[in-house]
Design a protein around this ligand. Structure first.
Ligand SMILES: C[S@@+](CC[C@H](N)C(=O)[O-])C[C@H]1O[C@@H](n2cnc3c(N)ncnc32)[C@H](O)[C@@H]1O
Length: 263
């Protein structure tokens, strides 16, 4: 993804979508907050989650790590949060954090890792006994119960990115269904998988789901524009893909398409 102001704003919007999805909660793991001292947010991005966590739980020490620039635009100034630090670290390489963690959080990391199981292994090795790892990631396949996604450009482009991810060795959102198994193979116990629905437009009756769908539609438009912006910058997108992007965006805006993804 590009690292620019537009992308930073998109990540902030995503934070809002998670806020709606988890009804204001920052996590699902059954944390004993009396005992949680050290927390890691891997791939923290604009750091919104880490900042909120640090504000809500001043007794904890939070590290927000990311492989790329710490200079990216952040919505909040973090200077008044002594319990939060941002560090540059690649989660796929050896972890060199000073402390062991009570809780490790990773969100929207579904299209970034070459080998997510290796990352889980690093997390396992860096947790205190009794600590928790929590991932919140969507599965990239776009679905519809009424068949309205079938045969669309949206479906075809998603499929193309999945194939291109396979060719590059960076799975494009296809790993989340394997997370539970990977964790158990590594030795995590008490592993819970919860599958939530993310409507990709405001087509569901329920007000909260409608709201999620409304923002998710905007997020989807911006995410595909970001993929395109980035692949144009590195010379991967061809001219005819501009037309394809336009068709894809039309699909996303089309109220007749009732898409959703699994989170
Ligand atoms: C889609 S963003 C999600 C950001 C944040 N977790 C959130 O929910 O808003 C993915 C983040 O992963 C970071 N990232 C990519 N590869 C990484 C790696 N190998 N190690 C750590 N972070 C990585 C990117 O720089 C980006 O900030």
């Amino acid at each position: 993804m590009p690292i620019d102001e537009i992308e930073s704003k998109r990540l902030d919007l995503q934070h809002h979508i998670f806020h709606l999805t988890l009804e204001g909660n920052l996590f699902r793991a059954p944390l004993d907050l009396e005992r949680v001292r050290n927390v890691l947010d891997m791939g923290t991005g604009t750091g919104f989650w880490a900042i909120d966590f640090a504000k809500l739980y001043p007794q904890t020490k939070i590290v927000g790590s990311d492989v790329s620039s710490l200079e990216r635009p952040r919505s909040y100034v973090k200077d008044d949060l002594p319990n939060l630090t941002f560090v540059l670290a690649n989660a796929e390489e050896e972890w060199k954090f000073e402390d062991r963690f009570d809780y490790i959080h990773g969100r929207m990391m579904t299209v970034v890792f070459k080998d997510v199981k290796r990352v889980f292994q690093h997390a396992f090795d860096s947790l205190q006994p009794g600590g928790w790892l929590e991932m919140q990631d969507p599965y990239s396949a776009i679905k519809s119960k009424d068949g309205s996604i079938d045969g669309t450009t949206w479906e075809a482009v998603t499929d193309k990115w999945v194939k291109s991810g396979e060719a590059r060795g960076v799975p494009f959102g296809t790993e989340p269904p394997n997370y539970k198994r990977y964790m158990e193979e590594i030795g995590f116990v008490d592993v819970h998988e919860e599958v939530l629905v993310w409507p990709t437009g405001p087509w569901m009756e329920d007000q909260r789901m409608k709201e999620i769908g409304k923002w998710w539609k905007i997020n989807h438009v911006q995410a595909w524009q970001a993929f395109h912006r980035r692949s144009t910058a590195v010379g991967e997108a061809k001219e005819n893909e501009d037309a394809e992007l336009e068709k894809l965006l039309k699909d996303i805006m089309n109220p007749e398409i009732h898409g959703y993804v699994d989170l």
